[in-house]
Design a protein around this ligand. Structure first.
Ligand code: UDX
Ligand code: UDX
Ligand code: ADP
Length: 459
């Protein structure tokens, strides 16, 4: 099928950047990104591109170049579905917070609503593309809904998982390691492949069956997260021996079978994908009674939770076993640098733990708003909103966040943190002044020369 119009349901971190890059490379295809969230659509349409709802280096330029030409943002979901030959489903699939599979399974209600919406509206044949990360065999559910409730038109389902990482989304989209398309109809796969082929070399476009494609996405994230939990497990051992985790990571990473990427020890991985996808994998494995498989992967999450907990425990212990009434300055709240996304960020859990010990936290993050920080804490439901406001504040500058603090906790690896005037920060802090570098970004000996007591991960 020749594609002239595309609709993407879901204007989030995945849908927005992905469609912008497809639009840039396919000027003859009209792409409409729709969302039920009117505020989000308005932000995507804002003339001031610094107000886009997603911050990604390079994204604003592509949106400026394509918007109102062949890229449109709208809340009119039905019109976009009706006129498009291809529809991407790119809605959120969070971990369920209720009922069966609570805390483990993916909540597919948004995906199902999309499928029903498409079935209702479609009057011509459509290719429906799963872009959201989904449990294995979701395509079956989508297909069943489309076929049983549709208007007799033909639907081809494709799985086309997105492997972009936040903060580098545009670069990842422009130069992907591979594009994965799973499906049953070769013709439908061809239609999607030719859209990517306008900028991705053909040999990088991989075709599989639907189920391999769905499972590959979960597996890729599980393997990546596993590397982090593995190096974090070693980091704890390093702290009890005289080994240094950075040296160990370098030494093992030079083995081409292991590879050097994704071996940075940290306060723990965050982000919307890793935890959710592994929990999902565990849930799916259990549902087939594959308990050894489930337990194996679950350990990656257990280790990550331990790493976050261990970071705050060590901070408390070092501050003479109490942080009650003490100010702790946080540098960073986002789950990684170069993004304003905070989903599952280690900072949230570490802050929550410290506040339970009555610490006062002052946060500086270059891209995360004060409102977001409170929302993240309130979402945990550990205490009242008023208490979260009382104990956690957000500062406009790093110097304000760290003034009179007993300790600095570095939660995100923002580059700018390395360039601060650490002598000034030291002077303004309570003594002894402690640094807990959850990202190993500062230089231990320079910090010690200034006067800090410096603790990092795995050293
Ligand atoms: C291993 C390490 O590779 C080597 O660096 C170290 O010095 C000693 O231990 P070795 O035990 O000789 O070397 O063989 P290796 O090729 O690593 O295989 C080990 C086992 O893993 C074999 O039984 C092999 O069949 C199996 N294997 C390996 C797999 O099942 N799948 C793979 O993808 C790779
Ligand atoms: C991840 C996958 O990389 C991407 O392919 C998939 O499409 C979505 O999930 P993302 O969550 O955006 O992307 O970020 P990623 O760079 O993978 O980092 C995830 C978390 O792991 C972050 O909290 C990061 O700080 C942490 N991390 C990463 C480490 O602690 N150490 C590392 O070596 C790498
Ligand atoms: P992701 O990281 O997967 O892109 P986001 O939460 O950033 O997830 O984006 C998903 C978007 O999907 C949200 O903006 C949400 O409003 C939208 N969405 C969810 N359900 C529907 C639906 N049924 N119809 C249209 N948009 C939806």
């Amino acid at each position: 099928m020749k594609i002239t119009k595309i609709c993407c349901i879901g204007a989030g971190y995945v849908g927005g950047p992905t469609m912008a890059v497809i639009a840039k490379n396919n000027p003859h295809i009209k792409i409409t990104i729709v969302d039920i969230n009117a505020e989000r659509i308005a932000a995507w349409n804002d003339d001031d591109v610094s107000k886009l709802p997603v911050y990604e280096p390079g994204l604003a330029d592509i949106v400026k170049e394509t918007r109102h030409k062949n890229l449109f943002f709208s809340t009119d979901i039905n019109t976009a579905i009706d006129e498009s030959e291809m529809i991407f489903i790119s809605v959120n699939t969070p971990t369920k917070t209720y009922g069966k599979g609570k805390g483990m399974a993916s909540d597919l209600k948004h995906v199902e609503l999309c499928a029903r919406n498409i079935a209702d509206i479609a009057k011509t044949d459509k290719i429906v593309v799963e872009k959201s990360t989904l449990p294995v065999r979701t395509a079956q559910a989508i297909k069943s809904i489309l076929e049983n409730t549709g208007n007799g038109v033909t639907f081809d389902i494709l799985s086309n998982p997105e492997f972009l990482a936040e903060g580098t989304a545009i670069d990842d989209l422009l130069h992907p390691d591979r594009i994965l398309i799973g499906g049953e109809s070769e013709e439908a796969i061809d239609s999607l492949a030719s859209i990517y082929a306008s900028w991705v070399p053909r040999e990088k476009i991989l075709r599989t069956n639907l189920w391999s494609s769905e499972l590959s996405k979960l597996t890729a994230n599980a393997f990546l997260a596993q590397r982090i939990s593995s190096i974090n497990a070693i980091s704890e051992l390093c702290e009890h021996t005289e080994a240094n985790v950075n040296e160990v990571a370098k030494a093992i990473g030079m083995d081409s079978r292991i590879g050097s990427k994704f071996l940075k020890a940290s306060v723990g991985f965050g982000g919307s994908c890793f935890q959710k996808d592994i929990l999902n994998l565990v849930y799916v494995a259990r549902s087939y009674s594959l308990n050894e498989v489930a337990n194996y992967w679950e350990q990656v999450i257990i280790m990550n939770d331990h790493q976050k907990r261990r970071f705050s425990d060590r901070l408390i212990k070092t501050l003479y076993n109490t942080v009650s009434g003490k100010k702790i300055g946080f540098l960073g709240w986002a789950f990684k640098k170069d993004t304003n996304d905070t989903r599952e960020s280690a900072a949230i859990y570490v802050a929550d733990h410290l506040v339970s010990e009555q610490a006062y936290i002052s946060v500086y993050d270059p891209k995360v708003s004060a409102v977001k920080i409170q929302t993240d804490l309130n979402y945990l439901n550990t205490r009242t909103e008023a208490d979260n406001l009382k104990y956690v504040e957000s500062s406009n500058t790093p110097y304000e966040a760290l003034k009179d603090a007993h300790a600095v906790a570095i939660m995100t690896e923002w580059d700018e943190f390395k360039t601060y005037d650490w002598v000034r920060i030291y002077k303004d802090m309570k003594k002894p002044a402690f640094i807990f570098d959850g990202r190993n970004i500062l230089d231990k000996s320079s910090m010690e020369t200034i006067g800090f007591e410096y603790y990092s991960i795995g050293q």
